[in-house]
Design a protein around this ligand. Structure first.
Ligand SMILES: [Zn+2]
Length: 368
């Protein structure tokens, strides 16, 4: 018979906040889950499919699309939209909402001038329609996903427990995401955060104990997260167009994520100017070196000719996803202490060591 396996993914659970779960379960393993580079969409591709950005084909969600074909009336409308939005943030938000509705995909706060040149790429690796094989697809796991149940941890865990009791699933996967949002919005020194941690502690312990009581001693469980989080203390306002002129297919294109600033260079004559422009922010971050890009599996130029990464506690604001800083953020140097997620299991890997996203994939695969 196949080994019964329960996998629980808790987005953003920091390493040290799993300690009550470890104690309640008398778990044999509690490791630091060291994220891959970038945000959840890439870390999950590493953890579930063993694919780094170069292998999976995307880095972050919005990327330059060199094949874009600008429609004349869109180009004509851009100055009008920019003028309207300059009157107030409210008008800007309303227009972005209307474009989101019209396109059927969320465009956040992406500037009108840049939007036609970008595409939203990437799919979360544990979704049912993710194309590459994952340990979930190869292991025939039943899935209870927050993307289908809603960003409500209680609801997701209740559904998973109900399903397990009824169907006695031999392979079950549960994903939650509410904690990540709570930390971004409320920070990590408040009751709202503590309440969410308590809910996760109680729900995961209940679910794991139920799984073990149904399937006995040979059953394995893995609970892990994709990253930790660090408080944000300082906004960084950097507008490269003030140094390098208007972006475009004949000049350069940029995307501002929360902690990354990526630039695609379409005119080589601008390269020095663009690199010099980053001199104004090199006290709060750095351009990834070629060695770092090789280490992270981020060599492909379609991820950006220049990828600038902020230091811990900083956040670009405004960025393409909002005007303000979050209370807490991830997506910094993956080896920072604050960025470590948790990995808990009844397999015997021990306590306190590191496990990388790629190793999580290999570790679970070995039990399929
Ligand atoms: Zn997040």
């Amino acid at each position: 018979m196949k080994t019964p396996i329960l996998v629980i993914f808790v987005d953003a659970l920091p390493y040290d906040r799993a300690v009550n779960i470890v104690n309640a379960l008398k778990a044999d393993t509690h490791l630091k889950s060291i994220p891959g580079v970038g945000y959840s969409i890439n870390v999950k591709a590493e953890m579930f499919a063993g694919l780094k950005p170069d292998d999976v084909g995307y880095f972050c969600e919005w990327n330059y699309n060199p094949d874009n074909r600008s429609v004349w009336w869109v180009n004509l409308g851009i100055p009008i939209l920019e003028r309207l939005s300059s009157f107030s943030h409210f008008i800007d938000r309303v227009i972005h909402k209307l474009i989101t509705l019209a396109r059927g995909e969320r465009i956040y706060a992406i500037p009108y001038r840049i939007l036609p040149m970008l595409k939203c790429s990437g799919l979360t690796a544990y979704e049912r329609n993710f194309e590459a094989p994952t340990f979930l697809s190869d292991g025939n796991f039943e899935r209870v996903l927050y993307s289908e149940e809603g960003v409500n941890d209680k609801k997701v865990f209740d559904k998973a427990l109900e399903k397990l009791r009824k169907e006695k699933n031999n392979r079950l996967f549960v994903s939650t995401a509410e904690l990540d949002g709570v930390m971004h919005h409320y920070g990590m020194s408040c009751q709202r955060y503590e309440d969410q941690i308590s809910l996760i502690e109680e729900s995961t312990v209940n679910l794991i104990q139920e799984f073990l009581s149904i399937h006995g001693d040979q059953a394995k469980y893995f609970l892990f997260s994709d990253h930790g989080m660090a408080p944000v203390l300082e906004p960084v306002d950097f507008d490269i167009s003030q140094y390098c002129g208007q972006p475009g297919n004949e000049s350069y294109v940029y995307v501002i994520d929360a902690t990354f600033y990526r630039v695609w260079i379409n005119n080589e004559e601008l390269r020095t100017k663009i690199i010099d422009a980053f001199g104004s922010v090199n006290h709060v971050g750095h351009i990834l070196t070629e060695e770092e890009r090789i280490k992270y599996g981020l060599v492909d130029r379609r991820h950006g000719d220049i990828i600038f990464l902020l230091n811990e506690s900083k956040q670009f604001a405004p960025n393409f996803f909002g005007k303000e800083i979050s209370k807490a953020m991830h997506g910094y140097d993956p080896e920072l202490k604050s960025q470590a997620g948790a990995f808990v299991s009844n397999t015997n890997s021990g306590f306190g060591g590191n496990i990388s996203s790629m190793s999580i994939h290999e570790t679970i695969r070995a039990f399929l």
